[in-house]
Design a protein. Structure first.
Length: 205
């Protein structure tokens, strides 16, 4: 059976579609929630507005130019992923597993880059009030915006058994990460590469 790969146009459409969902959700949170505000949807799922200044898990690059370096690095990374997508479709005729994975990773990375590049000048501060889009009192500068996160799944909270080494008796939350649509896209793309590795990197007949 002849393999029918995803076209470059369709791949770009998927990137754009995921990007729109990501940005609409972030703008809604920014313009309707105060930083730190929390809404319980279910006991195990909450909308919890935080802002991430650095990399995954809140990691920061120290120094005056750490944030700028991170944002510029992300821009080069997305350009590289964009070339990878083009090469996989046009030149190598790669598996759809690989193409979908690249689309997810690219759209997620691009979504968080938009926050880092533009949000500092598009919004005012969210500390004590709901932020305003296109404010004339922006909270930051170009390339120094904060990434908006909002999905929180504290599926289980409690104290760990005292007999456990290191963490015994301490309070523990599973799952304590707070993330956004872009993060979901990146994680899903990486997951496809890990769990469907052979199908993703085997050239279809």
């Amino acid at each position: 059976m002849k393999h029918k790969s995803i076209s470059l146009l369709r791949a770009y459409f998927l990137v754009f579609f995921i990007l729109i969902i990501d940005q609409v959700s972030k703008i809604y949170i920014k313009t309707n929630f105060i930083l730190g505000e929390e809404v319980e949807v279910f006991s195990w799922f909450k909308i919890y507005f935080i802002e991430n200044e650095g990399m995954a898990w809140g990691t920061k690059i120290p120094g005056e130019y750490g944030k700028l370096f991170l944002t510029v690095f992300r821009l080069f990374a997305v350009a590289g992923i964009g070339y990878w997508l083009w090469d996989s479709i046009k030149i190598k005729k790669s598996s759809n597993y690989l193409i979908v994975a690249i689309v997810l990773i690219m759209s997620g990375a691009f979504g968080n880059i938009i926050d880092s590049v533009f949000y500092g000048v598009l919004f005012d501060d969210s500390q004590q009030n709901v932020a305003t889009l296109f404010s004339n009192q922006s909270y930051g500068t170009w390339f120094h915006g904060k990434v908006v996160d909002m999905f929180y799944f504290p599926i289980w909270q409690g104290n760990l058994p005292s007999w456990l080494p290191i963490w015994g008796g301490k309070e523990f939350t599973f799952f304590n990460a707070i993330f956004n649509i872009a993060d979901v896209a990146i994680s899903s793309g990486v997951g496809i590469l890990l769990f469907f590795n052979k199908k993703a990197f085997n050239k279809p007949e």
